[in-house]
Design a binder for this molecule. Structure first.
Ligand SMILES: [Zn+2]
Length: 48
């Protein structure tokens, strides 16, 4: 379970480190949650 979560974490385009999940935002257009990840360097990654 924990392994799966780590595998699906997107990597930061700037420093190539795995980002951590910080939030989930409801998107009306797709009627689904968009996961928001943040890297240690401050880069935000929207998983949509
Ligand atoms: Zn980064």
């Amino acid at each position: 379970m924990l392994q799966d979560q780590i595998k699906t974490r997107p990597r930061c385009p700037k420093c190539n480190k795995p980002a951590r999940l910080i939030d989930r935002v409801w998107r009306m257009q797709t009627r689904s949650y968009v996961r928001v990840y943040k890297c240690d360097c401050g880069e935000l990654i929207w998983d949509d």
